[in-house]
Design a protein around this ligand. Structure first.
Ligand SMILES: Cc1cc2nc3c(=O)[nH]c(=O)nc-3n(C[C@H](O)[C@H](O)[C@H](O)COP(=O)(O)OP(=O)(O)OC[C@H]3O[C@@H](n4cnc5c(N)ncnc54)[C@H](O)[C@@H]3O)c2cc1C
Length: 809
């Protein structure tokens, strides 16, 4: 028994620490010598064990034998069943960088990578821009006028945006742009978004996926020198047209075409160029654009450029006034008034040098888009999502403090505490996720999988937060008008959910699918080896990856079970106190996730792509582990403020619970139930350890939202605050300030009433209290002022019966 235990311990330790094959071999050989020397086993038994170990480990260590006997049959089988990776899939896989998700797929995250990333910081110039032009812009924005009266930004605002470089935040200074960091760019969009979604989207588009970004990354010098300064000065308004009626999420299936040919252009004959036909829709800024970025499939039937006929997806810049270009109609996206519309082109001839990047980039359009998209996806929409959360935290929290029902601020009711807590916790999670990805971008990396996660998660969490805010405001959120700060944001949710990779598609197809292929330590190596045209080399690579993969799986089985049995208590991770607990749980879930990934891949193979409910849940697990990482990083970057602990805990508990639910969902839905049960035993050997944030924690978070504090300021930092009493949000904050100022007075009156000193009902209470000197004149006035401020804050807009004139008293 002692020897058996010794062998098992050696096995567990070697597997746990992911020992290499040679280390395994040495450890077992040493153990065998000890066994032979000191055990009382018979010679026959010892010999049997030697033969067994030799039979396993000699072929494993002699690579040519291993390759031919063991790996070759698997290699041949895999080559038969593994689907080919299409060109567009390959381009998507190649786009961007692998980042933190690789650590999570690895099951053994190296936190030093994240912890050493600098906290995002603004330069003086960026800070001055936020304090100056952005602040001024926000004060100029009247979202009701934009979305209801004019269906457009005012001419003043358009001019202000152009004059101040709002459309050129990402264009380098050498071309006249602002050359801002990703962080500054995000801060600008977030602040504008907290004032007007339509204005924010207008600013977002030229700074994300559009001609500017594509030109900077791929443009020829001539294109850059001509267009970038014009874009920077606002002389050109850009848009980018990818989506069409028959190609939405599956944009690669676009029917829009270009044919290489000779044509006449600008008075010149026999110009080499492309004849284009397209039909696109939903294109933001198209109705006012002067420069249209277009994606199409290029054909070269006469082989004017090369021997190849089908040249693939290609991108070009087209001037609006080019003959045959149809542009200018508008869509009306859920009452938002940013410019959005279709564009069509019939036999439009463009010279060949209008192709972005010139002829070198013909056919590379898809990877160009994927690369730029993953950058933009991490900045613009997440900024909008966080703006929604912060507005809800700041203004809805204040509203819940001033709005009374049953003589009690509604924020004190447990029923309201629940959604309030979710707003606070989700906002902390969203802000953390935003800041972490921005740190990575400003470090010069383009994390494509994490960008998808941030986009999908933040849009989803914005949806939850703003939905909850709507419920808390009741009729005050529903009745539209100039005083409603929430209704239009609510209508903006589906826009964020749909654009730049619709959420369902991103969750179910992209995040886990791309993540597993790109970031799993061995999967891509195995797939590439199987598809290698040089079969000898392919087999060699496959063999190496396969056996490393087998060791990896073995290790994850042992690690997951051990960490589960010990509730991760014995892990050495960074952090102190509360953070240390979450770091340990993150390692535990990462190890479990690595194991589950391999189990699902082994069980479902290529069909995992179609099993979107499984891959969607695995995506949820991965995404929530990213959010958990980000929350820890955010808390530590803020120097661990004690008062923020409830927010941190809420975000982390929620993330862990979501990971657990996602994994449970996978386990019970695997097509071979016994595999699910085995996984359950390994991952959750004692119990399901995570719970939703508790009621007590929710109470603490909700209370943080009701009154101003340094914690609330940190949570809502960067949104536009206007303290004017006639402003849609300023009126709520002004009332909140007075309500808090008069807390003691109100308490005094309540006590007096309870003691029978005051008889009046609400209406006459203050006057009676003054009459019998419970309060003085100044206090009476303050209470009246507070009452008026609350009435002003809770009022909703009224309109004339005819003509929709605002008649709010
Ligand atoms: C306001 C607005 C602005 C836009 N701006 C631009 C722009 O500037 N430029 C541009 O080119 N495009 C733009 N778009 C287009 C946008 O990118 C597309 O709307 C988006 O790609 C989805 O395409 P679709 O609307 O045709 O929906 P569909 O592709 O028809 O999708 C419908 C639903 O099916 C889901 N779905 C699709 N395939 C799968 C799958 N394999 N698995 C699971 N679910 C799937 C989607 O997630 C979605 O929920 C804009 C759209 C809107 C609404």
């Amino acid at each position: 028994m002692i020897w058996l235990t010794g062998f098992i311990i050696a096995f567990v330790v070697a597997a746990y620490f992911r020992a290499s094959l040679i280390v395994w071999t040495i450890v077992l050989t040493v153990l065998m010598f000890l066994f032979q020397r000191y055990s009382s086993a018979s010679t026959v038994n010892v010999m049997f064990l030697w033969v067994l170990i030799a039979a396993i480990f000699i072929p494993l260590n002699l690579y040519p034998i291993r390759r031919n006997i063991l790996s070759r049959p698997v290699y041949k089988f895999m080559a038969k069943i593994m689907p080919q990776i299409s060109e567009t899939e390959q381009q998507a896989l190649d786009a961007g960088d692998v980042w933190w998700e690789a650590d999570l797929f690895n099951g053994k995250p190296d936190f030093s990578r994240i912890r050493k990333l600098a906290k995002p910081k603004l330069t003086d110039k960026e800070q001055a821009f936020l304090d100056g032009p952005v602040e001024q812009l926000c004060s100029m924005l009247n979202d009701w006028q934009i979305t209801h009266d004019n269906f457009d930004l005012s001419p003043d605002v358009w001019q202000f945006l152009k004059d101040n470089g709002f459309f050129a935040m990402i264009i380098p200074e050498q071309y006249g742009g602002l050359g801002f960091s990703a962080y500054a760019h995000s801060e600008v969009v977030m602040k504008i978004g907290s004032r007007s979604g339509s204005a924010a989207v207008t600013v977002m588009v030229p700074n994300s996926l559009g001609p500017g970004k594509l030109l900077m990354t791929y443009g020829t010098d001539e294109q850059k020198n001509y267009y970038l300064p014009r874009l920077a000065k606002g002389e050109e308004i850009p848009c980018f047209a990818l989506t069409g009626p028959s190609a939405g999420s599956d944009a690669g299936a676009m029917p829009d075409s270009g044919v290489v040919c000779y044509g006449s252009f600008d008075g010149k004959e026999k110009v080499l160029g492309v004849r284009l036909n397209w039909e696109k829709r939903y294109i933001t800024l198209a109705p006012v654009a002067t420069l249209l970025g277009l994606a199409f499939k290029l054909q070269d039937p006469d082989h004017l450029l090369s021997d190849k006929t089908d040249r693939g997806i290609t991108l070009a810049l087209i001037k609006r006034n080019t003959e045959g270009v149809e542009i200018g109609h508008r869509h009306f996206p859920l009452n938002q008034a940013f410019m959005n519309g279709p564009t069509r082109g019939k036999d439009v001839f463009i010279p060949i040098d209008w192709i972005i990047g010139g002829t070198d980039y013909i056919g590379k359009g898809w990877s160009m888009l994927m690369e730029c998209l993953s950058d933009g996806r991490a900045i613009s929409l997440p900024a909008l999502g966080v703006a929604g959360g912060k507005m809800a935290a700041k203004f809805t929290g204040a509203y819940a403090r001033i709005r009374k029902q049953f003589h009690t601020p509604i924020g004190y009711f447990e029923g309201i505490e629940e959604p309030l807590a979710e707003i606070g916790g989700q906002t902390y999670a969203m802000e953390s996720a935003r800041l972490l990805v921005l740190s990575c971008l400003d470090h010069g990396e383009t994390p494509s999988v994490i960008s998808g996660i941030v986009k999908q998660q933040l849009m989803q969490r914005m949806r939850m937060s703003v939905n909850h805010a709507m419920d808390i405001h009741g009729g005050h959120g529903i009745c539209m008008g100039p005083n409603n700060f929430l209704g239009r944001y609510y209508q903006l949710i589906p826009v964020g959910i749909t654009v730049e990779g619709a959420n369902i598609l991103t969750r179910s197809l992209m995040i886990f699918g791309q993540g597993a292929m790109r970031s799993h330590p061995y999967l891509l190596k195995e797939v590439s080896a199987v598809h290698n045209k040089d079969k000898q080399q392919g087999l060699k690579d496959f063999d190496r990856a396969l056996f490393a993969h087998a060791g990896f799986v073995m290790s994850n089985v042992v690690r997951t079970l051990w960490i589960g049995l010990t509730s991760a208590r014995l892990l050495r991770t960074p952090g102190q106190g509360v953070t240390n607990y979450y770091y340990r749980q993150l390692v535990r879930m990462s190890s479990s996730f690595a194991l589950m990934t391999d189990a699902c891949v082994a069980l479902l193979g290529g069909s995992l792509k179609r099993r979107e409910k499984i891959s969607g849940r695995l995506a949820d697990a991965l995404s929530n582990m990213y959010v958990l990482t980000a929350a820890l990083k955010h808390f530590e970057d803020d120097v661990c403020p004690e008062k923020d602990i409830p927010l941190l805990k809420w975000a982390c508990d929620d993330a862990l619970f979501n990971v657990q639910q996602a994994m449970k969902g996978v386990m019970v839905n695997l097509q071979v139930p016994v595999i699910g049960r085995i996984l359950n035993m390994l991952v959750f050997p004692l119990s399901k350890p995570y719970q939703r944030p508790t009621d007590k924690l929710g109470h603490q978070v909700a209370r943080l939202l009701l009154e101003p504090s340094a914690t609330l300021d940190r949570l809502t930092k960067g949104i536009y605050i206007n303290n004017k009493v006639d402003d849609m949000t300023g009126r709520i904050l002004a009332a909140q300030e007075l309500v808090i100022e008069t807390v003691e007075l109100e308490r005094k009156l309540r006590t007096a009433k309870r003691n029978g000193e005051l008889q009046s009902d609400d209406a006459g209470l203050y006057a009676e209290a003054r009459e019998i000197n419970i309060i003085n004149d100044k206090e009476f006035e303050l209470l009246q002022k507070t009452q008026a401020a609350v009435q002003n804050a809770i009022k909703v807009d009224e309109f004339s019966n005819t003509g929709w004139q605002v008649e709010t008293p």
